[in-house]
Structures are given as structure tokens and as C-alpha cells.
Design a protein around this ligand. Sequence first.
Ligand SMILES: [Zn+2]
Length: 433
Amino acid sequence: MLKIKRVPTVVSNYQKDEVTVEAAGRVGGCGKNCLKSCCIQEAKLPLYAFKRVDKKDLPLLECKEQPVAFLDSIILGEWEDRMQRGLFRYDVTACETKVIPGEYGFIAQLNKGRHLKKRPTEFRVDKVLQPFDENKFNFTKVGQEEILLQFEASNDREVQFFPNAPIDVENSPSFVAINVSPIEYGHVLLIPRIFEHLPQRIDHDSLLLALHMAAEAGNPYFRLGYNSLGAFATINHLHFQAYYLAVPFPIEKAPIKKIAKLNGGVKISKLLNYPVKGLVFEGGDTLEDLSNTVSDACICLQQNNIPYNVLISDCGRQIFFLPQCYAEKQALGEVSAELLDTQVNPAVWEISGHMVLKRKKDFDEASEANAWRLLAEVSLSEERFQEVNALIFQAIAAGQLDVKSQCPEEVDAVSSSPHPSMVAGSQECLVLQ
Ligand SMILES: [Zn+2]
């Protein structure tokens, strides 16, 4: 119905119709060095096993720029290696970038290369949840040379790194791969449990994995992002994106107002003075507390068919949660021709203030007012935002009750809870003791 001729970005060389990739180091198998059973048995990939963080490890490590963090150096080393091998579709380091003068410092990038090969989007844009389709492009179709490393939790409480680890398909490995259409240095994809063929939808485990990656990178300039279907995800196979950008994102500079504090210490605020309305989740006694709260919110929007984007900042300790309606407006013919002509797809990076522009004209004329005008179209109205927040708060409250009811002594504590609980929906949500 609401199919839109959009221009998805090619994220893998194997997404193109004709595969002409010179697979490096091909040995045996089908000759393509692929991820299927023909080639995977013999394959070896670096394996990074992060240490689990739990309450005993508190406080979480401080997020500051470190000389060389371990995961950082591996990702960037592998990424540069793929650049040397010519696996990217263009040289992103040659793309013009500038900080737009103004209060927020929006960042404009001229990136013509990203959308040269046009293919219509392969799924509906009006459904946030769609089943995985074996026949469409998915990440199991990429070549091994596009995979940088396997990323998983360590069995013991230490970080472990194996430069040449076999791939245990049965054990559901998660991969970090290059995005062959990078928008910045070190642009990668995190693909949780790749062989389980999960559609693009957040669950508790996958978000926690993404937060672990942010925490493990330990670099404030490394952020992860997520686009739901209907919010400019271009592939219906579960993935997060991530890259380095050595300036603050405008969204990170926006003022916020606290509206709730939950059990487990997670604080929820709303963004103020920003063109896109959104929530900010921070803190929590553990990474898992924060992750669970945000994934409850994600799952809620998925179930209610509301497209959204997520930005993971501050080494996994600050999460921006942004419901959006641009594609819906587009389908209803409510977006101005002027904005449509720019062909900018407002996904998580654009919403966060990194505007990836395709036309020289838009780059030359980039201004805070123009960025603001585009992003204002992405945002829900105040009224709709309040409705959506009410749904989210309900879901989060239910999630908290779930957690409680797992503790035997607290099972009947729901109605007259002696524990802190949350008042949803109001402007000033308080922790009730
Ligand atoms: Zn093969």
C-alpha cells in the first residue's frame, strides 16, 4: 500500500545485483568466501569477548577519550585494512564535512557516493515489524572479508581476544562488519546473532549487546545507532550502526528535563529545545537496568507500530529515544517538495544532528534553520508525543513489575508495593517510596 520508492543505501558489496567482489584470501568452498556452510567451516575471524559488567563492578568505567582503547584499536585496525583492500564504495575521508555555525553545531556532510546505485526499498515502510525474508538481502549473504570480528560475552570476567577464532555457527555468534557505504570513519554494523535471521526489531538481549559494545569501546566519540523499519532502516535483518565522530552531536548538547526515576536508578528525561521530540534514558545501577528499560520502550513502540530511532551515546550510558513520523508524512503527501528534493532520509544520524547531504547545493546552503526545518518534520506533534509517552511509561512500569514478580517475597507487592514505583504519564513523574 504505502510503498515508497526510496533509495536505500547499499551497506554490503553483496547487496548489489551483480557481485563482482574480489574475495580476498579465497580458499576452497564455493570460491566466494561466504558465510554459508560451503565456506564457514574453515573460516577464522578475530573474536573479542567482553567482560560482563554487574553490580560488583560499579561504578562503571568513566567515559573519556583514552589513548588507545582495546576494542577501538581492533575495530579501526580492521576497518583500515578493509579500506586498503578497496572494499568501500567510495573514500569517506574525502567527503566534505563542516560544522554549521549556530547554537547547536549541526554537522553537514556532502556525500554524493552514498546513493548512486538506486534500488527500490524491499519492504513496506508502514510496518515496524515484518518477518525475516530469506530471499531478500541479509547479512548472511556478505563475504567474510566484510566481517571485522566476532563480538560476545566472555565466559570469565576478563576481556579476551583471539585473533583467529573459528566460527561456531551453532553458538549464535554476533558479528561486527563494515558498512561499505560509510558515512564516517570507522562506520561499522553490529549484527546480533547473525545466523538466527532475526528481523529488524529490538529485544532485551540485542540492545544489551549494543550497550556492551559502546561501553567496551570506551570512547565518547563512538556512538551506536538504530533505525526501526519505517524510520529508515534499509535492511530487515537485525543490526545497529556505529561510527566515530570527534565532535559532540547537537542532540547531545540539547537541554533535558527529568521526568522520572525508576527502580534500579534509571533516569528518564525529555529533550527540550530540539526539533525532534524524544526521551533520554540515563544511569541505572547496571548497564542491564538501563538496557532493559530502553528495550521495554522499544518493544512497546514496535508492538504499536510506531517507527523510532535510538542513539547510544556516552559509552552506553546515555540513550536517546526518538519516535518519528517522517515516512508516514511522506506517504501521505504531507512533506514539502522542497524537503523531498533534498532526498535526505532522516534516520538516527540525521536526527542526532549529523546531516548527510546528497546535493552540493544543500551542502553550500546548509544552515541551522534548514536542518531544524527538516528535523521538525520528523518529529511527532506535542499531542502525539504525549500519547506515545503514556504507552511507553505503561510498558516500562509493566516491565518493572515483571522484574519484581520474579522475586518470591515480592510477588504480591503489586498493589500495595513497599518498593519504589513509578507514576506514569504526568509531567513530573516521581519516585514514590
Ligand atoms: Zn561459500
